[in-house]
Design a protein around this ligand. Structure first.
Ligand SMILES: NC(=O)c1ccc[n+]([C@@H]2O[C@H](COP(=O)([O-])OP(=O)(O)OC[C@H]3O[C@@H](n4cnc5c(N)ncnc54)[C@H](OP(=O)(O)O)[C@@H]3O)[C@@H](O)[C@H]2O)c1
Length: 329
């Protein structure tokens, strides 16, 4: 390749768009795209905030109405629209021949009958290469499912048992539309459960993946609201088919070479992962129980590995770029 062609090759950036760019996940995406060495932001859309400007990833972004987005100017579009509204815009993009990554729940397992790759990158990497459309996982499912893969993939979850998950998220997990229960005065110096009763919107996608490995196990999930902006900590209790002598070694072995998955003997904390595309996991044996049981803890930033970061990781894989490009470690 001549010097000029080499220069053109290295400066060519792939244009990508963001629907719902004015929301929490969309702003995070714009910031990551603006700092990405091989992508450029072709358009960023908003609803009520159309026409507003924001400084994201070191550049000014002006939000256009989603109806006015020049969809075809992008090779790939991310949708960070609310569930219910997203599927229609993904279909429009696909109709224009543009690849799409949906951050909403609309295209995830349990929400659609279409066979769409579920973008838990470290699990589905091979399916994501060259994919035209990807359903990006929910934030809680990302933290929980990745942390359980060493057990699920080896058939170590006890048939007939219930996997019990208690998890807590910062308030950005609820999006930026105003809600009285999310006012500072309600959230600060407080801690409470919500969605109690095992009916959270993230359960269908989690059940689908658990069922694909151990259809005879149940899942009981109770989310909580933390008085912080970002971060999820999930504590999952799993009964096993057999005692595991060195559980941490199993996690290390399973995730060997995965740059965004950090296995540690220390208990994970939000400060380890906030503003990073990392999942930090540890595992402990539960003492004093008749059935061999593990307690698995995992932490992520809901807006990075739980949303925009993983979406960008998936875009890198789908577009044939290096998987870690533009992602904060
Ligand atoms: N927050 C998280 O931690 C997280 C994690 C994983 C996945 N997700 C998913 O990512 C998506 C975005 O989440 P978010 O937290 O960023 O939500 P958000 O802060 O409420 O942002 C929603 C975005 O969609 C736009 N919008 C709202 N209603 C619309 C409508 N009827 N038609 C067109 N555009 C509309 C908003 O525009 P205006 O603000 O300009 O009105 C905004 O840009 C959701 O599907 C969510 O489930 C979120």
């Amino acid at each position: 390749m001549g010097a000029l062609a080499q220069y053109a090759f290295t400066v060519h950036r792939i244009p990508v768009g963001v629907f719902g760019a004015s929301g929490y996940a969309g702003r995070e995406l714009c910031a990551l795209i603006n700092a990405h060495p091989q992508l450029e932001l072709a358009y960023a859309t908003a609803n009520a905030q159309r026409g507003d400007r924001a400084w994201l990833g070191g550049r000014e972004v002006t939000f256009v109405a989603t109806d006015d987005a020049p969809i075809r100017d992008a090779e790939l579009v991310f949708s960070a629209l609310p569930h219910g509204a997203s599927a229609e815009w993904i279909a429009r993009a696909r109709g224009e021949g543009v690849r799409a990554i949906d951050l909403s729940s609309d295209l995830r397992p349990g929400h659609t009958t279409q066979a769409i790759p579920y973008g838990l990158t470290e699990v589905a990497r091979e399916q994501l290469r060259g994919a035209e459309v990807i359903a990006n996982p929910g934030c809680y499912p990302t933290a929980i499912l990745l942390s359980l893969m060493p057990l699920l993939s080896r058939g170590l979850v006890k048939p007939g048992s219930t996997i019990v998950v208690d998890a807590a998220s910062g308030v950005t997990g609820a999006g930026n539309s105003p809600k009285p229960e999310l006012l500072f005065g309600e959230v600060t110096e407080n801690y409470r459960a919500y969605g109690v009763g095992n009916e959270h919107r993230h359960l269908p996608e989690m059940r689908a993946l658990v069922d694909s490995f151990e259809p005879d196990a149940d899942l009981l999930f109770t989310p909580h609201l933390l008085p912080v902006a970002r971060g999820i900590l999930a504590t999952t209790t799993v009964q096993l088919t057999e005692e595991i002598d060195q559980p941490l070694a199993l996690w290390h072995e399973h995730f060997a070479g995965e740059r965004f998955i950090e296995i540690s003997g220390d208990l994970p904390a939000l400060r380890d992962v906030v503003r990073r595309n990392a999942v930090r996991i540890t595992v402990r044996k539960a003492a004093g129980l008749r059935t061999p049981t593990l307690i698995v803890l995992s932490a992520i930033d809901n807006l990075v590995k739980g949303a925009a970061g993983q979406a960008l990781q998936n875009a890198n894989v789908a577009l044939g770029l290096a998987e870690g490009l533009g992602l904060p470690l």
